[in-house]
Ligand binder design. Structure first.
Ligand code: LFR
Length: 485
């Protein structure tokens, strides 16, 4: 009987959108092993208009459909796509009417419209402590809470005009399936979810003046939302739409082949560096708030206390000012090799500098910080690369120290996935600063986690632990021991 459910050959498509690139990955599960094929990859960026930054939703949807067509074309003869799942970066959302039509532009999270609200909440110590106790999410410029507060204050009529607030994965799930649902992991990035429950926090909604009617009780990852029935998607008939962890970081964490016992620290390294661990309980209190620990959720409802370090955004931004920036893998390898040969920088960057959030020129923002400290800026791209990787390494190590202090745990290894896990210099700098080995999986963690949750939703696997146990032996990790251990 079970064999009917657990067909040994399943093909699923992961729609995995990042702030700087998106991809559609085709996964093939043969009952033991997950094989990935990249069907489509495209650059992504927010668009600026009239001094504000927006996402090009229609452009993203167009790329999703192109990617799904390519994924179907890659299927073996006679095979069908069993399911699709969507994950994206956190916090951003679409306000829609009853029929799902957007009624407000989708701002990009780096837009500066939240700055006044950010500062107001930072000054209101009692209010911030209340919001943190209620949601477990610190005061960060991109939070959905600050964004929605700004939207409804500026345009009070939105309260009636908008009927639902769908986070980006929720919105694309709606375009695919026709069903409007809020998924828990992506909802937990909003600073509006009750940290002790699975629902919305009345205290946070009231604090930010956000209408509760815009949200529904979040579904857990693995929930089947329906079958693909969206306009122009006839080529996908029969495929299920499964709510995977809508938050890309939750997907990346699911893909970590962690040792049971909780002694591994996780680092998902891409545009952001997300350093954290898995926990049955949130990490709260004044120290956690001061260390900016964000208690986001795992697909099954548990917690991922993490800190957000600025990440490769620093390097991606700096490169824009250099014509010599790498264009392919060979040029990347050459740049990293050149940076490795340089002497260690005499001083590192303060990576928490708010000037790095969304500067007109990242190189100028770095130079300004260095000059303020009366030091000389780096002379060429390799020197910036070295400075950035070493500074991020220290940022990762500081996050580890804070987690150990607050959770009472000791971490023995740092598991690293994502684009940055292919960067030798960053891996080594992290191991050196943290004093423990970095295990790099050079894995598209977000897509792998997305696919794993689809397989669970389809009944082919029971738990993430079972998936990790199957995944671990198929990987060839690179170990970076700390050089001064
Ligand atoms: C990474 C990420 C981070 C989130 C940031 C903004 O892609 O999802 O987890 O803090 O983007 O949403």
């Amino acid at each position: 009987m079970a064999s009917q459910q657990t067909s040994p050959n399943l093909h699923c498509a992961a729609i995995d959108l990042g702030a700087t690139s998106g991809r559609i990955m085709l996964g093939h599960w043969n009952g033991r092993r997950l094989a990935l094929t990249e069907a489509h990859r495209f650059p992504n960026a927010f668009r600026s208009m009239g001094g504000h930054d927006y996402w090009d939703l229609a452009g993203l949807w167009e790329q999703i459909v192109v990617g799904l067509r390519k994924a179907v074309a890659l299927l073996p003869p006679g095979a069908k796509l069993a399911s699709v799942g969507v994950d994206t970066w956190g916090v951003d959302h679409v306000l829609v009417d009853r029929r799902g039509r957007p009624v407000y532009p989708t701002f990009a999270y780096r837009d500066r419209r939240t700055q006044p609200g950010l500062k107001r909440l930072a000054r209101d110590r009692a209010g911030l402590a209340r919001v943190y106790a209620a949601t477990g999410i610190p005061n960060v410029f991109y939070n959905t809470s600050l964004q929605l507060a700004e939207s409804v204050t500026r345009h009070p009529s939105l309260r009636d005009l908008a009927v639902r607030c769908l986070f980006l994965p929720d919105y694309f799930n709606f375009l695919l399936s026709g069903r409007m649902a809020n998924e828990l992991t992506i909802a937990s990035t909003s600073q509006l979810i009750d940290v002790h429950a699975r629902g919305w926090s009345d205290a946070a909604l009231a604090h930010f003046g956000v209408p509760a009617k815009w949200f529904s009780r979040p579904v857990l990852a693995g929930t089947r939302l329906g079958s693909v029935n969206g306009i122009g998607l006839d080529f996908l008939t029969g495929a299920a739409v499964i709510a995977v962890p809508g938050h890309d970081t939750a997907c990346a964490y699911d893909a970590m082949p962690a040792a049971p016992g909780g002694t591994d620290l996780f680092l998902s390294s891409g545009t952001w560096s997300l350093v954290g661990f898995e926990s049955a309980a949130p990490v709260l209190g004044p120290d956690a708030l001061a260390a900016r620990i964000s208690n986001e959720r795992i697909g099954d409802g548990r917690y991922r206390p993490l800190t957000n370090v600025i990440g490769m955004w620093l390097l991606e931004g700096t490169m824009k000012d250099f014509a010599s920036r790498p264009n392919d893998d060979a040029e990347w390898t050459a740049l990293i090799a050149a940076a490795e040969k340089l002497p260690a920088p005499s001083a590192l960057l303060d990576v928490a500098d708010p000037a790095f959030t969304n500067p007109a020129s990242m190189k100028a923002a770095i130079d300004a910080q260095i000059k303020r400290r009366q030091l000389a800026p780096p002379k060429h791209l390799a020197a910036y690369t070295r400075l950035i990787c070493d500074s991020l390494g220290r940022g990762h190590a500081e996050a580890k120290a804070a987690f150990e202090r607050m959770s009472g745990r000791r971490f023995h290894r740092i598991l690293m996935v994502g684009g940055g896990s292919k960067n030798r210099l960053l891996c080594q700098a992290t191991a050196d600063a943290a004093g423990i080995p970095v295990i790099s999986f050079a894995l598209e963690g977000t897509a792998v986690g997305n696919l794993a949750r689809q397989l669970i939703g389809l009944g082919a696997l029971k738990t993430i632990a079972e998936f990790r146990a199957q995944l671990a032996p198929t990987l060839n990790p690179i170990v970076y021991p700390p050089s001064r251990a």
